[in-house]
Design a protein. Sequence first.
Length: 660
Amino acid sequence: MADGLFDDGAADTPRESYDSSSIEVLEGLEPVRRRPGMYIGGTDDRALHHLAAEVLDNAMDEAVAGHASRIEVTLEEDNRLTIADNGRGIPVDEHPKYPGQSTLEVILTTLHSGGKFSGKAYATSGGLHGVGVSVVNALSSHTRVEVARDKKLYAQEFARGHALGKIEEIGAAPNRRGTTVSFTPDTEIFGDRQFKPKRLFKLARSKAYLYAGVEIRWKCAPSLAGEDVPEEAVFKFPGGLADHLAEQVGGRECVTAQPFTGKQDFPEEQGRVEWAIAWPLYSEGSTSWYCNTVPTPDGGTHEQGLRAALTKGLRAFGELTGVKKAKDISADDVMNGAEIMLSVFIRDPQFQSQTKDRLTSPEAARLVENAVRDHFDHFLSDNMDRGKALLGQVMERMDERLRRKQEREIKRKTATNAKKVRLPGKLTDCSGEGDGETELFIVEGDSAGGSAKQARNRKTQAILPIRGKILNVASASADKIRANTEIADLTLALGCGIRKDCDPEKLRYDKIVIMTDADVDGAHIATLLMTYFFQEMPELVRKGHLFLAQPPLYRLTAGKVSRYARDEAHRKELEETVFKGKKVEVGRFKGLGEMNPQQLRETTMDPDKRSLIRITLPHEFEDRAVVKDLVDRLMGRNPEHRFDFIQNNAGEFDREMIDA
């Protein structure tokens, strides 16, 4: 045996040395250029336009804070975008922590620097937990920032995250104030992608709707203008979201002649809620959610607050007017088909990801519900005819939902009793006799399946365990898909067919809930299942039948008080709020099978306490094509696309695992 511990006998074999020189330390903004996906979600069109949104958000923060009244957005032919505001201007004096550097240079070249972390400069802002202007600078081939402050004009230029020189005082500016950021996205990062004028035009207009006190001026090169994009425009909407809703509804006939609009300030909590809702006849409707002027397309806790306020309000109005069946109204009955716009302003917002698609701040639900509920009660009762008209329309939706539910229950009972349909042996079905909607939980493994069976509501919740990772249908042949046992069982349990034969009306359950462990393996299995539904049963997804459960990752206990945290960020938040100053015992769940049935019920399966994420597909053809392209690239047969994605995003997952 060789002297070296666990020597494999190949001591003389040349190999690469591994010492301190092998460890690379990325400085400044170099990590952003190496892995842009960690900061802006990729290098596609959406990521490119995210740069524009970040700079515009900074200008909007100045307006919301009461320091700016005008913002200018200018798009030039060479893909150069300039955004200017008449706010306070970024400080230009020497930064106390970085001698020899101006504060402007520190902000543009240092990650996680700015005036929004302490809460002193901004009560509410859209920039927290985002990428910031430093990342915009890092991913731009050239950036120029001009600051008009104290009646003087200063300027500094940058390239790919590095300052090209020190800040310069250009001269006097007695009639000018604020910050101007002009940048050109780097072709080394984004290739030949160009800003889309129509997209930027809509972004600028939407920001003006979100804050009634700001005027936004739009300008683009003549060659970039078109039928939907003028060369110049001025946006200022004194009515805020109410004006936006009026434009969105247009001439469509609505259930109530007057839309439900309003706003509520919470000075003590430095929060604000604004909403605008209409119920058009004969249309699908749409939803728009915002936090601190930032779009949150996946909704979140502010959406939950609105759903609760509208549902409870209509139920109470039904009870007031003697309509006993109103107690069965669901949030979907109220909101489906409505044009809904909701904007909240809160301190230190928490988002699910860097790109801020979903708000997770718990206090947002309470603020919104408290703000909207009282106004909605008055909206319904101040004009009884209006309230009864809306209640009647919602009741029609409820009756239709309950009718479809009853038909599915009859089909399920008939098929099961007559044994005309064979059901998979692993399926623990529900009786379908409860008042609530029926749900199928797809769970990972027999251990989790056992806990779920004990935790479920037997009348409304069915359980189907699957073994490990199911087949990746995006890269498998049709024959291989048909031969797969797990997929065959799942298809059989749902009973609605696949692909061109998929009929949502034959679906045996109202909700399909993917419930996997709150770890990387669980996320992988959930991704494979979502890929299956996207490819084999897209109509179920489009009609809103597919959901993701949100099981907790941690259990926090201090004395007799226990709370559950869904992820690392939520754990830290609970420690700083609920358990502040207390010694906390933290337990980490390795999987659903480790949770006892009572824990699983109260955290993940009880409809009154749980949180679900609805998986949907966009209606627009272009957006659907983008989704299909993304699924094909990340789940298809070409591994290079997956490798590129992992390279761009691995750092984010590494950081999460280290934190855990």
